[in-house]
Write a protein that binds this ligand. Structure first.
Ligand SMILES: [Fe+2]
Length: 498
């Protein structure tokens, strides 16, 4: 059996560096192993540009990563690892970020990969694309859930992909086992071997509804201190994802900015691990409440103000635009609440989203109110295109927000059992009628977004796979839209009428 059962991966590229990753699975005696790594300009490793050795041992769950420097911008590289006995890993391909005057960047956008809800066909289709600079992951890379979840979470799809471990992840060993399961998946491996990853996180890398001091299902009596669980989840993530700490002194810092030459500054934020606990009703409006935490907030607003790039992209794991309005028909309430677009009962927004932190949300929208600023979001499991507006000023667009469908996590037809595109289109029509800021949504499909950015425009495409209930290669262009430089309006769109 291969010594590299979990494949290879790369991530956090810069113009001259990239992190390469693997896991050594050839040490039944649990002894640390010295792995040779090699990076080359070609897939036959004729033109080697870097090599060395790295230890994979029990301290890191036998994962190994190398932050390879001295590379050229906007260049493809190939990399692999070699075990002491000579066993060689699969070959990965990666790409450094462009620098200077950048004319085009093209990347995939994904979120919400629930293992027991579906096959990761979307990852496979991203892997097939040769023309991407990177894959942006907006969170829920893993789900920590148990195979038989509590009543407030959706059960798996019963497709022969039960979670490992079966229980909800609580300990370091649990989270490590879960990441190992994900990295044993062939589509996950293909995506990682094809493109570098740039990732933020959402709540399920930790626990459902995670906030600074706990989560919806975390019970200190049963599960122990939240701080221990949070640290374990962060540690497993650092071990199993190809990530560079933005601040090596701060193990739980995820937020950072990524420069795409003079074309764009991408701000990658963490809306879960530093936030105050979600609260219902008018208490949410307390100006002291924060979703970002004050340090991240100051960093973000300062960065948005100072950015001189042509575009600004906010990589955001919690929907920012308005998804609740008075007058949404009562018969829609259950479905929209399951999707976390409105609260249970329909009297207000879902407290888990940006609308649950209205004071800070308004501040953020003010900072996004400058030319060529776009929000890319995940978390709600459905594809959506919407316009951001200032609170109380409907009809005037501040910036566009594009939301990717989940890779596999259940959305409306999965949660209701209605069948694909049978009853959901009627719900979508009513939802669009009630929310003038939402241009389009598809509440059933799964897949990913493609973002294609030039100085003149950002083009977004929603690609949907046929199904996630079996392995398939079929995908289709579900919708597309553009934003032109100089205007916040969503234009040139092709939104299927439902
Ligand atoms: Fe999710």
């Amino acid at each position: 059996m291969s010594s590299f059962r979990h494949g290879v991966a790369s991530g956090d590229p810069t113009p001259d560096r990239v992190v390469i990753w693997t896991r050594f699975s050839g040490s039944p005696a649990q002894d640390p192993a010295e792995l040779r790594w090699t990076v080359a300009e070609d897939d036959r490793f004729k033109a080697v540009v870097g090599s060395g050795s790295v230890t994979a041992g029990p301290d890191t769950d036998f994962t190994a990563q190398v932050d390879v420097g001295g590379l050229e911008p906007a260049t493809h590289y190939w990399y692999r690892f070699e075990a002491p006995e000579g066993d060689v890993s699969p070959t990965g391909r990666t790409k450094t970020l462009p620098a200077g005057n950048v004319e085009r960047v093209r990347f995939g956008v994904v979120s919400c990969a629930k293992f027991n809800a579906g096959f990761f066909n979307g990852y496979g289709r991203l892997a097939d694309r040769a023309d991407l600079d990177f894959v942006l992951h907006l969170g829920d890379y893993i789900y920590e859930a148990s195979e038989t979840p509590p009543a407030n979470q959706t059960p798996g799809a019963d497709i022969g992909r039960p979670f490992e471990p079966r229980n909800e992840c609580v300990t370091l060993a649990d989270y490590r086992t879960r990441y190992a399961q994900y990295h044993a998946d062939p589509d996950t491996q293909a995506m990682h071997a094809a493109h570098p990853l740039i990732a933020t996180l959402d709540d399920h890398e930790f626990a459902d509804g995670a906030w600074r001091g706990g989560s919806d299902n975390h019970d200190e009596q049963r599960d122990g201190p939240w701080a221990d669980r949070r640290a374990a989840a962060f540690r497993a993530r650092r071990e199993w994802l190809p990530v560079r700490l933005p601040d090596p002194a701060q193990l739980d810092r995820v937020y950072r900015s990524v420069a795409l030459g003079n074309l764009a500054d991408m701000f990658i934020i963490d809306t879960r691990t530093g936030r105050d606990q979600p609260v219902k009703g008018s208490a949410a409006a307390d100006p002291a409440r924060t979703q970002l935490g004050h340090v991240q907030r100051d960093w973000l607003f300062d960065g948005l103000r100072k950015s001189r790039a042509k575009w600004r992209l906010l990589a955001n794991s919690s929907i920012l635009g308005r998804t609740w309005a008075r007058g949404i028909p009562k018969e829609l309430h259950d479905g929209l609440a399951w999707l976390k677009l409105i609260n249970t009962g329909g009297e207000g927004p879902d407290a888990d989203q940006w609308e649950g932190y209205p004071y800070e949300r308004n501040l953020l929208i003010e900072h996004l109110a400058r030319e060529n600023t776009v929000v890319l979001s995940g978390d709600i499991h459905i594809g959506m295109a919407l316009q951001l507006e200032r609170a109380g000023a409907p009809g005037k667009s501040i910036a566009p927000e594009f939301v990717t469908a989940s890779l596999t996590s259940q959305n409306l037809d999965d949660k209701t059992g209605w069948g694909y595109r049978i009853k959901s289109p009627a719900v979508e029509r009513e939802f669009l009628a009630a929310l003038s800021n939402v241009l389009w949504t598809d509440m059933d499909s799964h897949g990913y977004m493609l973002a294609d950015l030039t100085p003149d425009r950002l083009r977004i495409e929603w690609w949907f796979v046929d199904t996630v209930l079996e392995r398939t290669h079929n995908e289709r262009l579900g919708a597309s839209a553009e934003v032109k430089a100089g205007s916040p309006e969503i234009v040139n769109y092709n939104f299927p009428t439902t």
